[in-house]
Design a protein around this ligand. Structure first.
Ligand SMILES: CC(=O)[C@@H](O)[C@H](O)COP(=O)(O)O
Ligand SMILES: NCC(=O)COP(=O)(O)O
Length: 253
């Protein structure tokens, strides 16, 4: 109905904070799968601030579901992805100084490099997703670059404070989904989604998968890791069902 990709980056953030061996993101991934995650997402950043190369290699043979490896469009990352062979690679932009992924990949501006990366990954039978803002020009460019999947960056939606802004962001995402569908693309979404804002996005017809990490890791402090995963998946399914029934939501309820 709608897939949940549990992003384990911030389990590793906590570990790297003290350079301990715990909490173990591999254990988190396997427990998340048991709790209903449909795939596991992890972002190997160039600065290795959370996920480490060893995590990616250790996780690959143990996953029962899908591995969605997020990485920048660099030679180093493409070499790693081509060796690890995850099910999906999601190409994302990166800035060393950013706190988190601030916006979508500029497929228009970096077209040649992105198209080349898509083609090399496809040649290795890896499905490629491009993490883009809900902008028509970026979606067009993603299609021209050969990507069969996009992940819409929901950060602007998550950060919107006023009801009118929130509604405008939902409309922008809705239009982006419809646009991508005219190119026959699979549409995923994620970034900044939380227990209080996930349902209107899950309700959008045509969105296949939501990737969610920070909020689940934070919620796990209070309700436990597997319960936090189950709760998020439950909200998503409820949201999708309400969307199918054309019901609206009380945001933040
Ligand atoms: C690309 C993306 O949105 C995710 O990787 C998520 O943001 C977690 O990683 P960071 O917080 O390091 O960006
Ligand atoms: N691609 C988005 C993602 O994987 C999760 O982002 P967040 O929930 O940690 O903001």
């Amino acid at each position: 109905m709608i897939d949940l990709g549990v992003n384990i980056d911030h389990v590793a953030t906590l570990r790297q904070q003290r350079h301990t061996t715990y909490p173990d993101p591999i254990r988190a991934a396997l427990l998340a799968e048991q709790a209903g995650a449909d795939l596991i997402t992890l972002h190997l950043r160039e600065d290795r601030r959370h996920i480490q190369d060893a995590d990616v290699w250790a996780l690959r043979p143990q996953l029962m579901t899908r591995m969605n490896l997020e990485c920048a469009v660099t030679q180093e990352m493409l070499d790693i992805a081509l060796k690890v062979k995850p099910d999906d690679v999601c190409l994302v932009p990166e800035k060393r100084t950013e706190l988190t992924t601030e916006g979508g990949l500029d497929v228009v501006g970096g077209f040649a490099a992105v198209a080349d990366a898509v083609s090399r990954l496809h040649d290795a039978s890896i499905r490629v997703s491009l993490f883009v803002d809900p902008e028509p020009a970026q979606i067009e460019a993603a299609a021209r670059a050969g990507a069969r999947v996009i992940e819409l960056h929901t950060g602007a939606y998550a950060e919107a404070k006023q009801a009118v802004q929130i509604q405008a962001e939902i409309e922008r995402l809705k239009i982006a989904v419809a646009h991508a569908k005219t190119h026959g693309m699979r549409v995923n979404a994620g970034h900044g989604l939380h227990y209080s804002n996930v349902q209107p996005i899950a309700a959008l017809d045509g969105i296949a998968e939501l990737n969610i990490g920070h909020a689940i890791v934070a919620q796990a402090i209070f309700s436990g890791w597997q319960e936090a995963v189950r709760e998020m998946k439950g909200l998503m399914v409820q949201g999708r069902l309400a969307g199918l029934r054309d019901e609206s939501f009380t945001l933040g309820a």
